[in-house]
Design a protein around this ligand. Structure first.
Ligand SMILES: NC(=O)c1ccc[n+]([C@@H]2O[C@H](COP(=O)([O-])OP(=O)(O)OC[C@H]3O[C@@H](n4cnc5c(N)ncnc54)[C@H](O)[C@@H]3O)[C@@H](O)[C@H]2O)c1
Length: 330
């Protein structure tokens, strides 16, 4: 049996999922797509209105890749129409809205998966396996460096929810995932150092966030919206029995030694190049979960918890103090 999919939002991430399903997941088929721009020039399938797509009797599941502020209403609409959903992160910007949406999802009995793709990066999967197998002992510290090559457009920034909800949300999820523990306390320091669109949108672009887990173990995340050398994605986990880390992926591994120094290639430029394997794997797992009745690997509660940590980070930054997760109203 083939899973029939409708895809909403054909921007940067929508195109990745569209091409992956069409070219690399034979167990699924994209039946229709929808984008408010009505630009379907890069698609081979029908472009239709989103309401029509969600109501389509020939569609079993919907992949939502439209801007963040549309996610909750599309998920609810899909749930009521009995369609399973894969939705890009974050679930929504409001915790109250997320709660409402998850209630609808539960009542309608559909499956919902969140696009925390980094969990499925082959490098981070190795680290996760080392932690789970106890090879690092008791994990005590996680360090995540997550820097973009350049800030997004002003339009994107305006509906993104800001740095913590849009970008650091991946790192919050990764910290929870690698440690296998829940965050209890958050402290965030942040600034606007790149100016430009970020300043115009009233957002921040640089941050250091420390997370404390219930058993005293910690994570530190550093973010920037502008790393001039490309996408900087590194992770280290340190524990009672050892340490493991992941450096940046590069297009090639050559190293050139000469009298002036030592040179190698820059990191893969951005998420489209760096996380190729993870986007494919998460979509394969979504399709399998539905076709084979398997568990969804990243669910609505993971989406909610990441937003709670993001809200705690915002509160911490604004009030310049550590914030307990319990202080965040759900
Ligand atoms: N998992 C990841 O690594 C990752 C990476 C990038 C973006 N995202 C998330 O994916 C979402 C989209 O981001 P993007 O970078 O692709 O944005 P984008 O601006 O490149 O694309 C968004 C697309 O949605 C369309 N659109 C706008 N409003 C719509 C609506 N109401 N209904 C249908 N289509 C609509 C736009 O015309 C555009 O084509 C965001 O929520 C973002 O947080 C996730």
């Amino acid at each position: 049996m083939q899973l029939k999919i409708g895809l909403i939002g054909l921007g940067r991430i929508g195109k990745i999922h569209y091409n992956n399903i069409r070219q690399q997941i034979p167990e699924a088929e994209v039946v229709a797509v929808s984008d408010v721009s009505n630009d379907y020039s890069q698609c081979d399938v029908a472009g239709i209105d989103a309401d029509e797509l969600i109501a389509h009797s020939g569609i079993d599941a919907v992949v939502i890749c439209s801007p963040t502020d549309t996610h909750a209403s599309y998920i609810e609409q899909c749930a009521r129409a009995g369609k399973h959903v894969f939705c890009e992160k974050p679930l929504d910007l409001s915790l109250a809205r997320i709660k409402e949406t998850l209630k609808v999802v539960q009542e309608c009995g559909i499956k919902l998966m969140l696009g925390f793709n980094r969990r499925f990066d082959p490098n981070f999967l190795k680290i996760k396996a080392l932690v789970t197998d106890g090879k690092i002992g008791e994990p005590q510290l996680v360090k995540i460096t997550s820097r973009d090559p350049a800030p997004p457009s002003l339009d994107y920034l305006k509906s993104s929810g800001g740095l913590f909800l849009d970008m650091t949300i991946h790192d919050f999820d990764m910290a929870r995932y690698i440690m296998g523990k829940e965050v209890k306390q958050v402290y965030a320091a942040a600034a606007v150092l790149t100016g430009g669109a970020v300043a115009e949108a009233g957002d921040i672009d640089t941050a250091i966030i420390t997370l404390k887990f219930g058993d005293g173990s910690m994570a530190v995340i550093d973010n920037s919206r502008k790393a001039v050398y490309g996408y900087d994605q590194r992770l280290e986990v340190f524990g009672s029995e050892g340490m493991a880390n992941v450096d940046n992926n590069k297009p090639d591994n050559h190293v050139f030694y000469h009298a002036g120094g030592v040179q190698s290639s820059l990191p893969l430029h951005f998420f489209m190049e760096r996380y190729t394997a993870s986007y494919l794997m998460e979509m394969r797992l979504f399709v399998q979960a539905i076709l084979e009745g398997k568990e969804i690997p990243v669910d609505g509660m993971d989406g909610l918890k990441a937003v709670m940590i993001a809200n705690a980070a915002t509160k911490s930054y604004k009030e310049n103090r550590p914030v307990f997760i319990e202080e965040i109203e759900v």
